[in-house]
Design a protein. Structure first.
Ligand SMILES: Nc1ncnc2c1ncn2[C@@H]1O[C@H](COP(=O)(O)OP(=O)(O)OP(=O)(O)O)[C@@H](O)[C@H]1O
Length: 239
């Protein structure tokens, strides 16, 4: 479980995140949705201890977040920080040495499913294949928290489609809490249980996807467009 209590983060003079309080529970996939620059990546970076809030507290399974929280949090970043001369196989071996929860068997299944070549050097990989390697490395950890920042960016439409369909089979719903940050809502909609709209650093709405569909007859994309439009009209501040 992840808890953010009255969390604010500012870079320089501008506030990025403003007084966010929310809990994320195991067994669910949360979509953290927002336009460019709204604060999605900052939120994930704070949960994994890469960036610290200026105010408020963040807890992962009751533990106050610090750099050591990476043992409990698997994080797929927007950027990739691979060691270029390593092969795909070396990267997998390296991750296994860094994270005791890394499952090499699962990594090999993912490599096969995503049609990656174990012998290829990272520097030889195309952007899409680097994206596939990021997925392999993040999804192969048995960490209780899985944070995916734009996990499908750079993947071609066929691979995206098959990853969206198969992602659920790589997640342990009894133990894992999953947050996916993205602005590509349409594609990941089928995966999501709960959605959070973030706009200009404000958490402006949280909804259950089934309720949106069944009670309000709204797709996630429609709901999100409505809520962003409202905030553009009323200035993006919480009431
Ligand atoms: N290290 C930093 N120093 C200064 N400003 C930053 C830093 N990191 C992020 N910001 C600013 O904070 C705001 C939120 O950035 P963030 O990356 O969290 O947004 P995002 O919703 O993930 O955007 P995107 O969809 O474009 O990745 C942006 O205005 C960004 O310029």
């Amino acid at each position: 479980m992840i808890e953010l209590r009255n969390v604010s983060k500012k870079y320089g003079k501008d506030f990025t995140l403003k007084d966010v309080s929310i809990s994320f529970h195991p067994g669910k996939i949360y979509g953290l949705l927002g336009p460019n620059g709204s604060g999605k990546s900052t939120t994930l970076k704070m949960i994994c201890g890469l960036v610290y809030p200026n105010k408020g507290e963040i807890y992962v399974d009751g533990e106050n977040v610090n750099r050591g929280i990476s043992r409990k949090v698997a994080y797929l970043t927007e950027l990739d920080m691979f060691y270029e001369p390593f092969t795909v196989e070396h990267m997998i071996e390296f991750y296994a040495t860094q994270f005791p929860d890394f499952d090499i068997r699962k990594a090999n299944i993912l490599v096969k499913d995503l049609k990656l070549d174990l012998t290829k050097k990272v520097k030889q990989l195309s952007k899409g294949n680097r994206g596939r390697l990021k997925l392999v490395l993040a999804l192969s950890r048995k960490a209780p928290i899985l944070l995916l920042d734009e996990p499908f960016s750079g993947l071609d439409p066929m691979v995206r489609d098959s990853m969206v369909k198969s992602l659920l089979s790589y997640i342990d719903f009894e133990k894992q809490t999953v947050i996916i940050a993205t602005h590509e809502i349409d594609e990941i909609e089928p995966l999501l249980d709960e959605v959070l709209a973030i706009y200009n650093g404000n958490l402006i709405d949280i909804q259950n996807v089934e309720t949106l569909r069944e009670e309000y007859g709204l797709s996630v994309l429609r709901w999100f467009k409505n809520i962003v439009e409202e905030n553009e009209i009323y200035g993006g501040e919480k009431e």
